[in-house]
Design a protein around this ligand. Structure first.
Ligand code: MN
Ligand code: MN
Length: 468
């Protein structure tokens, strides 16, 4: 009776089919069109500031108002608050009081990159360079010999702010960092990958044409400084009042003949930020208040006033309580936090057959497997973990089921194989129930990361389901 065994198998075993075998033709069309918007977002937003300002502008156009415009809050009110220009908090007020808890999605909008040092310019043997300090966990060698763009803000001496973007338009020049030719690379090639290129060699070439006469020193540096001064009115000293980021210059593109994947810089974690924000845009009058919190500095440990370890989220929930409750006291805030639930929306590693040895096949996230839950993070005996309870996993997976969301559950790599953290632990410490839930990524933290369009769309569906 082979047939009944087949039915039994179907009944008793988990369904690990590829996501495309679980969706309709219509959903396939929807996910492809959804991802066009995502690619545009990636191309416009390559820094946390650009993300913050894009989200603010898009939210405002959709009727969200600045928090300061509200004397008090009522169900259905929609607002945003920026934490400087590097992080943004958005909410739609629910029918129930804030003390009943909120549904929070937290994602981060900073990505690994190279930052300009405060005194970045120097000249060596006729060429001008920009010195960098890398930001986040990068494999430094991946940043050599690729086209780079410069994004950032500079404040001039008179306090005027200047936005800089060079290397994105088709007509713009780009920048790059050199590598050694293989002919002379014998000693270099013997080094381990972590020593292959030292941090102090990540110098970006800015120009090489001399400017000035025989009395002039550092002619190439003068040449690039003159161009920057003509373009933006800035002087060398102004670099100390700046946030300048060096990011890959390439655009987000479809990858593969079937166009099922997207290659781009910064999927980690803009893929979860974008999908969470787009999900929030569909919410009108939720039962509980819903929050989309997009933070900075995750890649360096979240320890900054714009990162998840700051009290900003807590303060915002306190302010929301104060604007909805007449006799507000601190207990209201504690209740609101402890009754809140959160998806810590960050990317996870997608199984890569080229590096099969670091994954445990049964507990890996796969491309096209759908949005990935991580019940726990941490490494070496779950050390430093946030672990979602069976109860919370039940609640979340039930939401996924009701919303036809394709999902999977995974760990980040083999036991004792390494590990990685997210913002989850910093929400958990406030008493909030939290689980990691994001999109699997191939080549995470590389200048060019790859995700599956199906997984991107399923993250959006998951987040939408969580909000309503
Ligand atoms: Mn991340
Ligand atoms: Mn990361």
């Amino acid at each position: 009776m082979p047939n009944s065994f087949e039915n039994l198998e179907k009944d008793l075993f988990s369904d690990n089919k590829n996501g495309y075998e679980k969706i309709t033709e219509e959903t396939k069309k929807d996910l492809f069109s959804f991802c066009e918007g995502y690619k545009d977002f990636l191309n416009e937003c390559k820094t946390e500031r650009e993300c913050t300002l894009w989200i603010e502008k898009t939210a405002a156009a959709a009727g969200f108002k600045s928090f300061s415009e509200f004397e008090s809050l009522k169900p259905g009110d929609k607002f945003y608050v920026k934490n400087t220009d590097k992080s943004i908090f958005l909410a739609v007020m629910g029918k129930k009081p804030v003390t009943d808890g909120t549904n929070i999605i937290a994602a981060h909008i900073d990505s690994p990159r190279l930052d300009a040092k405060p005194n970045p310019l120097f000249e060596d043997t006729g060429a001008a360079y920009l010195k960098t300090h890398y930001y986040g966990g990068i494999k430094k060698y991946q940043w050599l010999t690729i086209p780079l763009a410069i994004h950032g803000v500079v404040y001039k001496e008179d306090g005027q702010k200047v936005d800089i973007v060079i290397g994105e338009k088709e007509s713009d020049p780009v920048f790059c960092i050199s590598d050694l030719l293989p002919h002379l690379g014998q000693t270099q090639m013997e080094k381990t990958a972590s020593k292959f290129v030292e941090g102090e060699k990540l110098n970006v070439i800015l120009g090489s044409m001399p400017f000035g006469d025989e009395k002039t020193n550092q002619k190439a540096k003068l040449s690039v400084m003159k161009i920057l001064n003509d373009m933006y009115g800035i002087k060398e000293q102004d670099f100390v009042r700046a946030d300048i980021e060096i990011v890959p210059a390439f655009k987000a593109k479809d990858v593969g003949l079937d166009r099922s994947l997207i290659g781009a810089y910064g999927h980690d974690d803009r893929v979860c930020a974008y999908t969470a924000f787009m999900a929030l845009m569909t919410v009108d009058l939720p039962e509980k208040t819903v929050i989309c919190h997009l933070v900075d500095k995750e890649e360096t440990g979240s320890s900054d006033s714009t990162g998840m370890q700051s009290t900003f989220l807590e303060n915002m929930i306190a302010r929301m309580c104060a604007k909805t409750i007449e006799n507000y006291n601190d207990i209201c805030l504690r209740d609101a936090l402890e009754n809140s639930e959160c998806l810590s929306s960050d990317v996870t590693a997608a199984y890569d057959p080229n590096y099969a040895d670091v994954f445990e096949k049964n507990n890996s996230a796969y491309l096209n497997g759908g949005v990935a839950l991580m019940k726990y993070s941490g490494a070496r005996g779950k050390s430093g973990t946030n672990e979602a309870s069976a109860e919370f996993v039940t609640k979340v997976t039930d939401i996924f089921k009701k919303n036809d969301c394709v999902w999977q559950i995974a760990e980040l790599g083999k036991v004792d194989g390494g590990g990685g953290g997210t913002v989850a632990q910093f929400l958990a410490v406030l008493g909030i129930s939290v689980i990691d839930c994001g999109v699997p990524v191939i080549s995470m933290h590389a200048p060019y990361e790859v995700v599956s369009k199906l997984d991107v769309y399923m993250a959006y569906k998951a987040y939408k389901g969580f909000y309503i």
